[in-house]
Structures are given as C-alpha cells and as structure tokens.
Design a protein around this ligand. Structure first.
Ligand code: TUI
Length: 298
C-alpha cells in the first residue's frame, strides 16, 4: 500500500473521504475512519460550536484518524479555525479558498493540513505556506469545482510540488484508484461513493438519486457566475440554466440558498441541490463504508 499518505495520516488505506457540506457528519467520518481511511467532518457553512459537537461525537465513535474539512467561503471560517486550534484535531482539509494564513498556527498544534486545490499555482502556493499534502481535485467532482480534469490536473500538480498529491474527482471504484496511482497520485479522495453508504445520514431520496444516476446526469450550473457547482440534474438545475441564459443572476442566487439542506435533510431531490460528481454513474448500491473502502483497494 502507498506508505507516504498512510504514514502521514496513520491510516491503513491511502484514502480520504471528501468533505461534503451537510453530508459529511460525525457518523460518516467515524465510519470511514473505522474502515481504514481518513474520515472528514464537513464544516460547510455551520457555526463553530456545531462543528465542535460533531468532533466530540466522532471521538466517541472512533479512535482512528478523522479530521474536519473547512469551507473557506463560510461566514464562520475564523471561528471554526479558532475552535480547531483548541480541539487540536489531527487533520484538516480545506476547500473553496486559500487557507494559507491559518497554516502556521495549525502546524503549531500538530494538525496536518491538506488543502484541496484546482490548479498547479495554488498547489505550489500551499506547499510554500507549509501544507503537508494537497488534494488535486478535477472537475469530475461534485460541488464547487475548478476547470481541469483529474486526468490532466493530477500529473501536472505532481510535477509541480514535492509534497504528496492526493487525486480527487471521478474516483468511485478500483479502476479509478488504479488510474489515480498511474497518474502519479500518492492517494485518493472519494466523495460521491460514500454518499451511498449505510452510515451516511443523507435522506434516502438523495442516495436513491445517486444510485439511479446515469453517465450524463451530473451537470454543472453557474459557470457564468464564477462559482460553477456540479449537482445531479433536476427541476432546479433546469430552472437555473434558464435563469443563467437570461442573465437573471439575482433569481439564480435565490434558488441556491438552502437548496443543499433541502436535498440532504428534507429529501427534496427536485428543487434541492443534489451535489454529486460524475462518478454517480458508477455507483450502483448502498453498503457499509468499510466494504466500500475494501472494494476500492482489492
Ligand atoms: O470546495 C470544494 N467543493 C465544494 S465547497 C462547497 S460549499 C459551496 N457551495 C457553493 C458555492 C461555493 C461553495 C461545495 N463543494 N472543492 C474543493 C475546491 N476548492 N474546488 C475548488 C477549490 C478552490 C477554489 C479556489 C480552492 C482554492 C481556491 O482559491 C482561490 C484563492 O486563491 O483564494
């Protein structure tokens, strides 16, 4: 097995779980950790105290490696980072922004920092700032995405930095894992596959929609806004396409507010935001995280 990432994180398999807002709770993070990977609690847009409770909950569910994914666009990012310094979590990953200014303090308390990045330039910036590794996330991924594919981004980032590189975006089975290693990756980050786990708390409608998804169902909205987001195609994405084409960005933004919660918590898969990557088309069943991880590496 790939020792660089396993040693760094004290895990059995070189796999991180994606930090999916609303989806990646203590239950999922602990299940992935107990299955031999690195679990992540997503802070998303949640207040620091909610995230602290999730950390405490996960600590009761596992003694293995888990961490917190920090969404850098969150209005609570300062508070969340401060709380993470107090809690001394073993690992943080970040998304949707540059965590550079927080890295020295996190290193000081022994936290491993692994930013998720969509470009070589940002990977190099993160290396300079003291990141322990980077996740190179291709646009096959779900949620907020960059421009480049995993196929091209992974080897370019690998050539551009000396720290370990974890590939993400489009990986949901052992073929994807092997491809990532062939591209030079030291590990993988997997999100969508873990949505369809027994332990994931998303509404059953959400899991069913991912299982039913076919090759072209994971679409991107919001390219013209500068914040493209990949979700499963539904009534909301069709309406968003129409508003975007009309240039009605005010109504477009309104549709997004609360839509992720509506899908995850209420199971509204028609007007909600069902974030998922292209690999949804590769997910055909719901099973325990430990089984998912084992199947990725056998
Ligand atoms: O962050 C993600 N995926 C996400 S975050 C999220 S919550 C959200 N929802 C709607 C709009 C915005 C956020 C849902 N999915 N993946 C990692 C990722 N990070 N992809 C792209 C980036 C990224 C982008 C810009 C990382 C750094 C960055 O830096 C810009 C700069 O220089 O500050």
């Amino acid at each position: 097995m790939n020792h660089r990432i396993c040693e760094l994180l004290n895990i059995e398999y070189p796999i991180l779980q994606g930090g999916m807002a609303w989806v990646a709770t203590a239950e999922l993070a602990a299940a992935v950790a107990n299955g031999g990977g690195a679990g992540l609690i997503a802070a998303g847009n949640a207040p620091a105290e909610y995230v602290r409770e999730q950390i405490q909950k996960a600590r009761e569910m596992t003694d293995k490696t888990f961490g917190v994914n920090v969404m850098m666009m969150s209005p609570y990012v300062e508070d969340v980072m401060k709380m993470l310094l107090e809690e001394r979590v073993s690992l943080i990953t970040t998304g949707a922004g540059n965590p550079g200014k927080y890295i020295p303090a996190l290193k000081e308390v022994g936290t491993i920092v692994i930013p998720v990045i969509p470009s070589v330039a940002l990977a190099q910036k993160m290396q300079k700032s003291g990141a322990d590794a980077v996740v190179a996330e291709g646009c096959e991924a779900g949620g907020h995405i960059g421009e480049l594919t995993t196929m091209t981004l992974t080897p370019m980032v690998k050539d551009g930095v000396d720290i370990p590189v974890i590939a993400a975006g489009g990986i949901a089975d052992r073929r994807g894992v092997r491809a990532a290693f062939a591209l030079g990756a030291d590990g993988v980050q997997v999100g969508t596959r873990f949505i369809c786990s027994d332990e994931c708390i998303v509404h059953q409608n959400y899991k069913d929609m991912v299982v039913a998804a076919k090759d072209r169902d994971a679409v991107v909205t919001g390219r013209s806004t500068g914040h493209p987001v990949r979700t499963l195609k539904n009534k909301a994405t069709k309406l968003m396409d129409k508003l975007e084409a009309e240039g009605n960005l005010e109504e477009f933004e309104k549709l997004g507010l609360g839509a992720l919660r509506a899908a995850v918590v209420d199971g509204d898969t028609q007007m909600g935001s069902v974030m998922a990557g292209q690999s949804a088309g590769l997910v055909h069943d719901i099973k325990p995280c430990a089984d998912i991880i084992r199947e990725l590496f056998v």
